[in-house]
Ligand binder design. Structure first.
Ligand code: NI
Length: 162
């Protein structure tokens, strides 16, 4: 188990567009394992390559239903919208309200390079969109409706679905 350092806001790495992952080998699997360990240790629900300083299109997500590792992911369909709170391990202590699709389908590759398709709804869809944005240097603060106050972060805000 190797915990990697999480890159924080202000580091230019978070603003770069990542390159495709072309090698599906032990080096990738070690990265995926480290990213998952780092995410779980930080009690996050997702982590993208640039957040550990790796400018490749690699993501790990676990919203409580098991780990998914979409490599070179692309959103192929979006449905509906949801408005809710979002945070990021690269921006500790902050949260914002962000509008995201309610349901997304992603085409990607698995850790062996095999094509996969992942469909996410609700919070899982939100996490997918958030992590994929990281691969293009986009952070949730770029698209949030507003930032939450510390009091709101402690409490609960109403989440809208439509
Ligand atoms: Ni993030």
């Amino acid at each position: 188990m190797a915990i990697r350092n999480i890159v924080k806001l202000g580091d230019n790495t978070l603003r770069k567009v990542c390159k495709p992952q072309e090698q599906f080998n032990l080096r990738l699997w070690t990265l995926l394992k480290d990213m998952a360990d780092t995410m779980y240790k930080a009690e996050g629900v997702g982590l993208a390559g640039p957040q550990v300083g790796i400018l490749r299109r690699v993501v790990v997500i676990d919203v409580g239903d098991g780990l998914v590792e979409p490599i070179n992911p692309e959103i192929v369909s979006r449905e509906g919208s949801q408005c809710g709170r979002e945070g990021c391990l690269s921006l500790p202590g902050r949260q914002g309200v962000v509008t995201r699709p309610k349901k997304v389908t992603v085409k990607a590759q698995d850790r062996h390079g095999k094509p996969i398709e992942v469909t996410g709804e609700g919070f899982f869809a939100r996490a997918i969109c958030h992590e994929l944005d990281h691969l293009d240097g986009v952070l949730y603060i770029d698209k949030m409706d507003r930032e939450l106050t510390p009091e709101e972060i402690e409490g609960h805000i109403k989440e809208d679905d439509d």
